[in-house]
Design a protein around this ligand. Structure first.
Ligand SMILES: Nc1ncnc2c1ncn2[C@@H]1O[C@H](COP(=O)(O)OP(=O)(O)O)[C@@H](O)[C@H]1O
Ligand SMILES: [Mg+2]
Length: 350
């Protein structure tokens, strides 16, 4: 009798063991997949939050060099930097791929003397706002209107679609990676609005191409801001608002408060144009993010989730969310989309 019940039990055990083992294996696998996926997400966040190569103010580190070196002086730049080819040009600067001690660097030079003031303001901002959000400064020469920065071979954000369509990077052309770029972009706006020196507005932004041309795409697919020439300071508590230039702005890319409010019959006069604040940058976030998200599998789903926050960005200035609120929302949506895209797979597996 005892033997019989033992036989039954061991029979049941034998029957149960393979499915239990299989289930355990599946759970283990699911955990592994989840860990892998989430560690990837957090790796990107971590990578974006730590500055492993940062040097103290006035110093820089280049490539594999271990030491922090002082910013190059006029003499060093004139002696040691060799121009190779023109890689970009805007209204204020001509930018040359150049060589310094066998390293590729970017040398920016003033295009015309009338814009000296903008050039020097951009340089001051570059010096003051050095951080992971801003292109690395290697040296400058005020007398000769030259600035030396880190060279980014992918160039400005305008090149994003071309780069991601190259066979080499096609696999990186995902909604996930593109959403990370949008998060990078909003992080930069957040940094400019909350910098140690106060609230700055990115004024060189009258149309989408213009905005994109002020940012660079790094080889590790991050975004840094490069052109800080038109960066006025807002100080609301002191009642100090700004205007982006002295000319009339037009079109529906700029925020409504940047447009001439007195109709076509009254000619534009800078002195009558009301000033505004950093909320113009918030108005432009949905358009820039839409470009960054592109047209890949899943980017429309991201757009759907961003709908409410993007509607809020297009409200009147006082009703728009802060960059911090947009950033928090973007991060929450990314985390929930990652969870959603992992969970159905794990359910299928079970
Ligand atoms: N460090 C860099 N690496 C690669 N390309 C750059 C770099 N800096 C600028 N460029 C290119 O030069 C263009 C013009 O630079 P920018 O600083 O915006 O000049 P401007 O002040 O005249 O608008 C950029 O849009 C980009 O294409
Ligand atoms: Mg520019």
């Amino acid at each position: 009798m005892k033997k019989k019940s033992y036989d039954i039990k061991s029979g049941i055990m034998q029957k149960l063991t393979p499915p239990v083992l299989f289930l355990l294996l599946v759970v283990l696998l699911v955990n592994l997949v989840l860990y892998q996926f989430f560690s990837n997400v957090y790796f990107s966040y971590d990578q974006a939050n730590i500055e492993p190569n940062s040097c103290s103010h006035g110093y820089f580190r280049l490539g594999i060099l271990k030491n922090c070196l002082p910013w190059l002086s006029c003499e060093a730049m004139k002696r040691e930097v060799r121009k190779l080819k023109l890689v970009g040009e805007g209204a204020v600067k001509r930018v040359f791929l150049s060589e310094w001690k066998e390293n590729k660097v970017a040398l920016s030079q003033l295009t015309k003397p009338q814009l000296e003031e903008d050039f020097i303001h951009g340089l001051q901002m570059l010096k003051s706002l050095q951080s992971k959000y801003v292109v690395k400064l290697f040296g400058y020469c005020e007398e000769e209107f030259m600035v030396l920065t880190e060279y980014h071979p992918f160039g400005s954000l305008n090149n994003l679609n071309d780069i991601l369509n190259l066979p080499k990077y096609k696999n990186s052309n995902t909604w996930y990676n593109r959403f990370l770029l949008a998060i990078d972009y909003v992080s930069i706006i957040h940094y400019l609005h909350n910098s140690p020196l106060g609230t700055f507005v990115m004024c060189d932004s009258s149309d989408l191409d213009k905005v994109l041309s002020q940012y660079l795409l790094t080889s590790s697919f991050h975004v840094v801001v490069n052109d800080l020439d038109a960066l006025p300071l807002v100080n609301k508590s002191a009642g100090q608002l700004i205007k982006c230039g002295h000319q009339e702005l037009q079109g529906n890319f700029v925020a409504p408060e940047q447009l001439w409010p007195y109709g076509k019959t009254t000619p534009f006069a800078d002195s009558l144009m009301p000033p505004y604040d950093e909320m113009t940058d918030i108005w432009k976030i949905p358009d820039v993010s839409n470009f960054l998200l592109g047209e890949v599998d899943g980017s429309d789903l991201v757009r759907f989730h961003l709908f409410d926050i993007h509607v809020a960005c297009k409200k009147s200035p006082a009703e728009r969310p802060s960059a911090q609120m947009v950033l928090d929302t973007y991060r929450k949506i990314l985390a929930s989309l990652v969870r959603e895209s992992v969970m159905p797979r794990t359910k299928d597996m079970l």
